[in-house]
Design a protein around this ligand. Sequence first.
Ligand code: IPE
Ligand code: IPE
Ligand code: MG
Length: 251
Amino acid sequence: MAHPPAAAGEPVPATPGGVPAHVAIVMDGNGRWARQRLLPRVAGHRAGMETLRRVIGWSAERGVRVLTVFAFSSENWSRPADEVSAILRLMIQALMDEVPRLADAGVRLHVVGARDGLPEELVTGMVEAERRTAGNERLVLNVCFNYGGRWDIVQAAQALAARGEPITEAALAGALALAHVSDPDLVIRTGGEQRISNFLLWQLAYSELYFSDRLWPAFDEAEFDRALAAYTQRQRRFGRTPEQVQAAQVA
Ligand code: IPE
Ligand code: IPE
Ligand code: MG
């Protein structure tokens, strides 16, 4: 019996020309970018925000349906206090500044991650931004903030246990913070490191990975298109043989 790969969330509509429906990005390299320019690290985070704004536009133009970005990890709290508070302030500011633009561009925003421990002003901004973009359908933007893949799996298991539900693959997938979208097709990590750093641990089971040496503030349209082009060259087998995949494509 055919057993399709499990994918959490609603089915994502097909995209034209082999464009990945769901692209996830570890936006890394802000600090090094700033250091190279003898600027404080926060200047890198600010420049990184500009890159994100551009990537949202390119994603919508290319036909990507879901864009998920890693903005602040559970582990990033261990950075110097002034950097952490600068990132929190930047996020508050971005939510205020960007919502009208996102709304105009048809982007639906979800902020994904633990809310406890965050400043009240930030949580209010997140809730308000999600509410104001809730009717949009062109592109789903998930911003992972105060997020960790392990946190996500634990909170999902705890939710099932609290409801007394049996733990199955489908139930756990449905309780994860990204249950509203299918799993990422393509993951891009900028900044040259080749690791996951506690990003979407469950959802990356069968994602294609693309590592870019570009530091996030310097990530440009040509490099984005290289990542999308690399994706079209991959054969996704989900455990099957190459011959089986080819036969299924012809049929
Ligand atoms: C990514 O850039 C942004 C966050 C993790 C908040 P970094 O700040 O990690 O930049 P590098 O890796 O130190 O250059
Ligand atoms: C991953 O980058 C987290 C984000 C991009 C938000 P890090 O810079 O925190 O990852 P490590 O510490 O180098 O693995
Ligand atoms: Mg880093």
